[in-house]
Design a protein around this ligand. Structure first.
Ligand code: GDP
Ligand code: IMO
Ligand code: MG
Length: 427
């Protein structure tokens, strides 16, 4: 099993960090392939809790080499502070590798993210304000700055000048903000060159060689399927491809080398930021899910919007990612509900619709059609096998599996590494 992808099947925060960490001990490389420090992955190891934003969750497993692929956007100041935070806690970060082709998030990207959201007013996306969208926009517009540019001062200066020529016009004339000085940006960026130099390498060559030699590579997605810029609820999405294809473009590893694609699926649904969310609960059930599930953003501290499980979305995630397995997380959060509604289809303009509509307008009009399943009240956090779950919890998992189109191979019953029921091995 040389290469597998692990990604979010919903709108992010499904528990990817925990799932990656769980596999970290058995894989040789964990690779982030897209996104940046908009991600917030919480990993609980024993009594220690780690919040990772940019670093792959595999960094917590001593035998594993963490890699930041070319598809990631890197804020160097965040990267260095995350590394020093882990160093202080005794985590060995020396094995980290960073693609020289990854793009940088500079201070002007962060500024532009914030001012453009303010400018959008009611129509804002609710971004994390980390400069993600503007950095990817520059990449596609061919005016981005890459990690390798840090090591050539003259190229770096030319590129920053070219980018700021345009951006300063926008900042001053459109947003009424002060222009940003080229020297200041170049000086700041050059300051990152020495601390980062030792981590930068040809990660594409290295990962392909590793796979060819039978080493195990895990690609870790940020965000989730419905936040994908192509397959998500556009425009309320992030600016990259968390879906499985992103693992190929974001690392330079071809699709024929990937054997397994695992979708991380929460036993209910959450979303942060603006955009449609058919099963959202604005009542006390929503509040209860938020409180019991601890649904508050790791990156921005915003409350997550909460709702019931949506099987239409799970089926969609199976399709667009070619999922081979699901890892169902946070089943323990549903303990105590007498009955648990699950969305099996939508009603759109009076018609029953089984699949996610491609039309944005239809999706905005989608009303969930629920089937209600019986709940359970027994504590499940100590369960180690499927058979140890209460009958109704078993039925809930089986019903979700039938509706979602791929086997549920693991179940999370708590945030810790060992609070997992493994049904089929991932490796
Ligand atoms: P990610 O962005 O997909 O990595 O997810 P987050 O870390 O943002 O959010 C998931 C939260 O759920 C974290 O606080 C995890 O520690 C926690 N978590 C993960 N799996 C489980 C589980 O099975 N049960 C419970 N109760 N918490 C879990
Ligand atoms: P993890 O990896 C949940 C959301 C933001 C916003 C939209 C665009 O922890 O699952 P961006 O800053 O990316 O331009 O914001 O995407 N968003 C996330 N929501 N989990 C995340 O990451 C997210 N990363 C971005 O809230 O709606
Ligand atoms: Mg998160």
């Amino acid at each position: 099993m040389p290469a597998l992808v692990l990604l979010g099947a919903q709108w992010g925060d499904e528990g990817k960090g925990k799932a990656t960490d769980l596999l970290g001990g058995s894989v040789d490389y964990v690779v982030r392939y897209q996104g940046g420090n908009n991600a917030g992955h919480t990993v609980v190891v024993g009594d220690q809790k780690y919040a990772l934003h940019l670093l792959p969750s595999g960094i917590l497993s001593p035998g594993c080499t963490p890699v930041i692929g070319n598809g990631v956007v890197v804020d160097p100041s965040v990267l260095l502070s995350e590394l020093s935070g882990l160093d202080e806690r005794g985590v060995d970060t020396s094995k980290l590798l960073i693609s020289g082709n990854a793009h940088l998030i500079t201070p002007y990207h962060t500024t532009l993210d914030k001012v453009s959201e303010r400018f959008l007013g009611k129509r804002k996306i609710g971004t994390t304000g980390r400069g993600i969208g503007p950095a990817y926009a520059d990449k596609i517009n061919r005016v981005g700055i890459r990690v390798q540019d840090l090591f050539d001062e003259s190229i770096l200066r030319q590129k920053v000048e070219a980018a700021l020529d345009h951006k300063n016009q926008v900042l001053a004339k459109l947003y009424n903000r002060r222009a940003i000085a080229v020297d200041q940006v170049v000086e700041e960026l050059l300051g990152y060159a020495d601390p980062l130099r030792g981590y930068v390498s040809d990660t594409t060559l290295l990962l392909n060689n590793a796979i060819d030699q039978g080493q195990v590579v895990l690609f870790e997605g940020g965000q989730g399927t419905l936040l994908d810029v192509d397959h998500g609820t556009y425009p309320f999405v992030t600016s990259s491809n968390p879906t499985a294809g992103g693992a190929c473009t974001g690392t330079g590893v071809g699709p024929t080398k990937i054997n397994r694609v695992i979708g991380i699926l929460k036993a209910y649904t959450t979303r942060v930021g603006a955009g449609p969310f058919p099963t959202e609960l604005l009542d006390e059930d929503g509040e209860k899910l938020r409180t019991i599930g601890g649904e508050r953003g790791v990156t921005t501290g915003r409350d997550r919007r909460c709702g019931w499980f949506d099987a239409v979305i799970a089926r969609y995630a199976t399709r667009v990612n070619g999922l081979t397995d699901f890892f169902l997380t946070k089943l323990d959060v549903l303990t105590g509900w007498e009955r648990i509604p699950v969305c099996v289809a939508y009603e759109i303009d009076g018609k029953r619709v089984e699949e996610l509509p491609y039309s944005q307008t239809d999706f905005h009009h989608a009303k969930p059609i629920y089937e209600t399943l019986p709940g359970w009240s027994e504590d499940i956090t100590q369960a180690k096998t499927f058979d140890e779950l209460p009958k109704n919890a078993q039925k809930y998992v089986q019903a979700l599996e039938e509706m979602s189109g791929a086997p549920i191979s693991a179940i999370g019953v708590g945030p810790g590494r060992d609070e997992t029921i493994q049904i089929n091995s991932f490796l």
